[in-house]
Design a protein around this ligand. Structure first.
Ligand code: FES
Length: 151
């Protein structure tokens, strides 16, 4: 368990009450998921019941209890993106990485998920990799996009 990392994250939140979501975001960004041991440590340190922590995690899709890849790919499958061929883009990414939705590559480099509208419909079909939004993505562009994140 990485106590130092959690202590460092908690130190950014002088007011723990009302900061649980922010804390969990920081933990997920650090580990790329929410490890059980670290969650129990947060519960002990903050005196927030572990059941309350898990109910927040289960409520928000963004949080994951399973290890995620270094690069998180989210393909938008909202209506505008679906109409413009997002499913083909998703299938191409899935084929190239040999993983399905909700899965992570064995080398832990990529995770693949779907989202429903990221508010960039004019860029449909849209794919988000980490903090980067790629717009008007065609299946042919998938290899180029993935290669930017391989190292
Ligand atoms: S439907 Fe994909 S960005 Fe809105």
């Amino acid at each position: 368990m990485n106590v130092a990392a959690i202590d460092s994250i908690l130190s950014k939140f002088p007011e723990i009450k009302g900061s649980l979501i922010g804390i969990l975001h920081e933990v997920q960004n650090h580990f790329h998921y929410l490890p059980e041991g670290e969650l129990r440590y947060i519960s002990k340190k903050t005196k927030i019941p572990i059941t309350q922590i898990y109910s927040i995690i289960n409520f928000y899709n963004r949080f994951s209890l399973k290890p995620k890849g270094k690069n998180e790919i989210c393909v938008c499958l909202g209506t505008a993106c679906h109409v413009k061929g997002a499913e083909k883009v998703m299938n191409e990414i899935s084929a190239k990485l040999k993983i399905g939705k909700g899965e992570t590559t064995d080398d832990m480099k990529f995770s693949l998920d779907e989202v429903r509208c990221i508010g960039a419909c004019s860029l449909a079909p849209a794919v988000v990799v980490n903090e980067d939004t790629h717009g008007m993505v065609s299946p042919k562009q998938v290899t180029t996009i993935l290669s930017k994140y391989k190292d």
